[in-house]
Design a protein around this ligand. Sequence first.
Ligand code: PLP
Length: 477
Amino acid sequence: MPRGPRTGPRAPDARAASRAPAERDANRNSQKRERTDMDSAQIKDLDLRYNLHSWSKQAGLNPLPVAGGEGIYYYDTDGNRYTDMSSQLVNLNVGHGCQPIVDAIKEQAESYCFIQPSCASEPRAVLAKMVIDRMPDNMGKVFFTLGGADANENAIKIARLYTGRKKVFSRYRSYHGSSFGAGNLTGEPRRYPLEPGIPGFVKFFDPYLYHETIKFDSEEEASAYYVSKLREQIVYEGPDQVAAVVLETITGSNGVIIPPRGYLPGVRAVCDEFGIMMICDEVMCGWCRTGKMFGFENFDVKPDIVTFAKGITSGYVPLGGCVVSKDIAAYFDDHTLQCGLTYSGHPLACAAGIACLKFYDDEHILDRVKETGAVLAELEDQLLEKHACVGDVRHIGLFSAVELVRDKKTREPLVSWGRDPRGIMPGIISRLAERRFMTYSHENNIIVAPPLVITADQLREEMAKLDEVLGEVDDEL
Ligand code: PLP
């Protein structure tokens, strides 16, 4: 299948491991490893024999057998230490082994593990209030889901029920989940297996200025152009047919594309003009990642629906949700909400969510991200200056991408869209993994998004490894 592989952590090969720095720290992690009664080879063998791994050809996989973690580090079953420079899948915001969240899950499990969503449960009630308290004043209620894809599924369902319209707009360079509806919203090649897809799901272009051929004088001018094109497209599709415009507030896995100034307010205005719901997918960029609680706070805009997942629990228990405006919430006072999930508002997940949001507050994570985000920005700007293979760096808070090119002048991507038959990007990710810098790539972008607890010194130490690998890529260009 011609899909641009997202290349993530694989166990470095034996040759690489022997070259790796001696970072065995058996003592620190011994408690967690005691629970593992199989050795690495047995775990890997069992894993590969019975599991299907996501987005991969199954033959030849080499998954890392993990025993535990602490802060920005995790450990394999042989005690080797790895630095988590992507917060796993940009979800483990608090880092590994966060005790207050572990304790909250245990405490809730001692009380009750599950109750059906029609009951009132304290963890769900408390967490919903905490979510709404952190939202703009136009937002009313939460519907909890299990992750990001079903948050988006339910968001489009709610928008369609509320507006009575069917069409949904989303962008080409987007990922909104892999289930059927969310996969149809998705614009990038992970959509292709679902094609021809659902009628009425319309794609539009992203304001991806690095590859734009029109030269604009300002970000505002670029925004006006893209917004006018979106408006035109909506007019051609029939505005009274369009229920929602769905956007990743800041495009995540497709290259951390930060919207130009004025873009999101422009989209907001078009939505207002035609009574269309503006849905911001905050699954990746929400929950302190950008130095604000939510990505949209960087752009002075209030959505009608916000979807979230990942950082609400930092992945300690799966949880997602959609937050709807007070107007939408009021509509469902006397219209049936045709949405339901057995595990909506799961008590263990909500307990983890409460502890996670408290951790963000107690540990002043937003302030820390502002500081470390500035360090990351500086380090990445230096990479851009220094390396022939770095075409662009995009960063906001601890959310960033390093975009690799063949030629800085022409901006030709190092690998073409949806195709990397020679495995160039996985090769670069492997070289980073040999240095215990663990992250993933998507298309020609390396994602750098470490846990939000990383220190400035740790960042400097790790980014020096990226600098070294990029130097090797320069030499090979
Ligand atoms: N939306 C965005 C922006 C995402 O990045 C992702 C996953 O990476 C999703 C939705 C899907 O979330 P999940 O994998 O929890 O279904």
